[in-house]
Design a protein around this ligand. Structure first.
Ligand SMILES: [Ca+2]
Length: 220
């Protein structure tokens, strides 16, 4: 056991540094990845569509798209992948990693910002730096489409009202002829300022609930 562990730790050293996951977590996630990919080197969107834990998630599409979004790889690339390998898969999951107790305040702030950026990118589908009303509507529509009773018109009205609220908060002295172009990342940060990301932004992904993966801390 001891030797196997040492070997796997070495094997995952690089990924530990890149993602902040522990070797044990990486090992578990690797098993999941192999299950998903049916032991192939890469996975496609179809593989993720079959995950039962995601089946009823109203933003399933956005979550799956996020896995193939190059912006979520901590590099300066845009566009989307057709397929992703284990390292890319892990990089995306690292956005859901909760901060640990020993983390410095700066690190916590940096992680929070990364999570916000991830959420922002999820909405800013054309990557132009703003979440426009049209982009925002799409997400609200998809969120509400699962509830069934609410129509597209209602979704539009809700999105419009929410956007108007955002506009008036961020651009309080907007003139009648001015056009609110959408939410920038700075606005987005401002809007979600009071939101405690650590407990909210997690996904029950393939039975790996990242909130339970806190190292050395038992919550129950
Ligand atoms: Ca946009």
């Amino acid at each position: 056991m001891g030797t196997t562990q040492t070997r796997s730790e070495n094997k995952y050293d690089d990924l530990v540094t890149k993602t902040g996951f522990s070797p044990e977590q990486i090992k578990n996630l690797h098993k999941r990845f192999q299950q998903l990919s049916e032991n192939e080197e890469t996975i496609s969107k179809e593989h993720l569509h079959s995950i039962p834990a995601l089946a009823n998630n109203p933003i399933k599409k956005q979550i799956i798209d996020a896995f193939f979004d190059k912006r979520n790889q901590h590099q300066d690339e845009v566009g989307s992948f057709q397929e992703i390998g284990f390292e890319q898969f892990l990089m995306v999951l690292s956005h859901f990693r909760p901060p640990t107790l020993k983390m410095s305040e700066e690190d916590k702030a940096r992680i929070r910002k990364e999570k916000l950026r991830f959420l922002f990118n999820m909405h800013d589908t054309d990557n132009d730096g703003t979440i426009t009303l049209a982009e925002y509507r799409k997400v609200v529509e998809e969120l509400l489409s699962k509830s069934g009773t609410m129509g597209i018109e209602a979704a539009k009205a809700i999105a419009d009202a929410a956007m108007l609220g955002v506009a008036s908060t961020n651009v309080p002295h907007m003139k009648p002829d001015e056009f609110y172009e959408g939410i920038t990342f700075e606005h987005f940060e401002q809007i979600l300022k009071g939101l405690e990301m650590e407990t909210r932004m997690h996904i029950r992904f393939m039975d790996v609930n990242t909130t339970t993966m806190r190292c050395g801390k038992s919550t129950s």
